[in-house]
Design a protein around this ligand. Structure first.
Ligand SMILES: [Zn+2]
Length: 475
């Protein structure tokens, strides 16, 4: 059966379907079949004489049907017709109800938004990857602003330690799927919008399908595999990527749109080696920082959707909360970029997990491989038996105030390489940190220096607190 591809502004007439299977041996019959299915579309696409309106174009593959045989162009069963409409006049945009006009009255008063801009937002669709620190303000503000269709991707449940910054969730939704908790809040904030949720890891197998119905992607991830996947997907499918990253007191924001400027890979061609850059859970973040940065992301998304102002294309914003500094650096498109350059080598989506070993969404962080791992239970048993073990805590000094293990030598990860002479390679060494990420990096340093009798505590001192000594707090 031929497929008719519906442009975003018209999907409110097709029950939000992006692709509609139709019947017919010619384009005219296929369009008539679409009208039978969705009669309200006829008014928008045809004039009173029954001719297609001039701002509606139909493409078969890459050819305009006007250059083929017009409406009489024959169709094969696997043909795909693209319906492309001009939306400049706003005539294809959905209308607003009286309630919506009241809800968005503060937008309608700004000439840069106005009624037409608000209708553009209603017709718009945004996919938000991650419903954590960044995804929380992005989703809340885009929903409040009236973005008509929001998609949420995450693969986790709401945890107590999330609430310090992930303000879309609440104490009442602890233990819920994050996407469900977030959807509940968004629908409460704005019941007029459509929120679709994807409780699955965002990987090459599903990324294209999940992202297909959306105009714009917001990168709210905290890991490199998803960040590179999101970038490559946006380049390959021609969608803007609203990017941000946060760490402790620092944030970055940019808009990557390879059609008009650089992409993330133009700036960082490859992910860093595993463990070099700590994750948010391992490195910590001031809770309000993702609020500041995520709100900037939401602002950029709204500017792109409305076509107003100068989005951060070709610029990277660097923010530091401690000295309240905003700096901009210019980004240039790299002509040799692996994905958006003139001779790209990345032409398919890649699961970086498999190729660089950085943990991604849904994967256990800090697992170096079985032969290096020791569980908290195993370590407790070995210590009870009196085995000679040299324990090394590679956390920072201020973390020792939270929890510590008796008898462990304190060597913060940053000092480990220079303090190797203190260690005896004939002893069995077990390193640990908070949750197992930094200790994995410590293993690499020690193994690289020739140490062989090595393990690291899987899940860090938090796993010890959970499984062995509940008197210690988990942080
Ligand atoms: Zn690029």
């Amino acid at each position: 059966m031929p497929i008719l591809r519906i442009p975003t502004p018209l999907r409110s007439y097709t029950g939000n379907l992006a692709e509609v299977p139709v019947q017919g041996d010619t384009v005219a019959q296929a369009m008539e079949s679409l009208m039978q299915l969705y009669p309200s579309l006829r008014l928008h696409l045809y004039n009173s004489e029954g001719h297609l309106r001039p701002f509606v174009n139909l493409f078969l593959g890459q050819e305009n049907i006007k250059d083929l045989q017009g409406m009489g162009t024959p169709l094969k069963t696997d043909d795909r017709i693209l319906l492309i409409s001009s939306i400049a006049g706003g005539s294809m945009l959905p209308s607003l109800s009286h309630e919506e006009i009241l809800r968005y009255s503060r937008h309608l008063l700004i000439p840069e938004v106005g009624l037409e801009g608000q209708r553009k937002l209603k017709a718009a669709s945004v996919l938000i990857i991650g419903t954590g620190g960044l995804g929380s303000p992005v989703a809340l503000y885009l929903a409040a602003a009236g973005v008509g269709h929001i998609g949420l991707v995450d693969y986790d449940v709401v945890d107590y330690s999330n609430l310090q910054r992930q303000v879309i969730h609440g104490t009442s939704t602890l233990g819920y799927l994050k996407v469900e908790s977030a959807r509940n809040r968004l629908v409460d904030l704005n019941p007029d919008i459509q929120v679709d949720i994807y409780n699955e890891p965002f990987i090459s197998a599903n990324a294209r399908q999940v992202a297909d119905p959306y105009d714009l992607i917001v990168d709210g991830t905290d890991n490199f595999p998803t960040r590179y996947l999101t970038n490559d997907l946006c380049v390959l499918t021609g969608k803007p990527n609203i990017y941000a990253a946060i760490y402790r007191f620092d944030g970055q924001v940019s808009v990557f749109d390879a059609r008009q400027g650089p992409c993330y890979r133009c700036l960082f061609p490859e992910p860093p080696p595993p463990g070099l850059v700590p994750s948010c859970a391992e490195g910590g973040v001031l809770g309000v920082l993702p609020g500041t940065i995520g709100t900037l992301q939401a602002t950029e998304a709204l500017k792109v959707l409305l076509g107003i102002g100068q989005p951060l294309i070709g610029k990277l914003l660097l923010y530091n909360a401690l000295d309240t500094s905003f700096e901009f650096i210019k980004l240039r498109k790299n002509p040799n970029c692996k994905v958006c350059g003139s001779n790209p080598t990345v032409t398919e989506l890649i699961d970086y997990d498999a190729f660089c070993g950085v943990p991604g969404i849904g994967h256990t962080q800090g697992s170096a491989g079985d032969e290096w791992d020791i569980t908290a239970g195993e370590l407790a048993e070995r210590l009870r038996q009196g085995d000679p073990i040299h324990l090394i805590d590679v956390r920072e000094p201020h973390e020792l105030e939270i929890s510590r293990l008796d008898g462990a030598q304190i060597i913060p990860l940053g000092q480990l390489a220079s303090r190797l002479p203190e260690l005896n390679s004939t002893e069995e060494i077990i390193v640990f940190c908070k949750s197992g990420v930094r200790s994995e990096r410590a293993l690499e340093i020690l193994a690289g220096a020739g140490f062989r009798k090595l393990h690291h505590l899987l899940g860090g001192i938090n796993a010890w607190a959970r499984d062995v000594d509940p008197s210690l707090p988990i942080y």
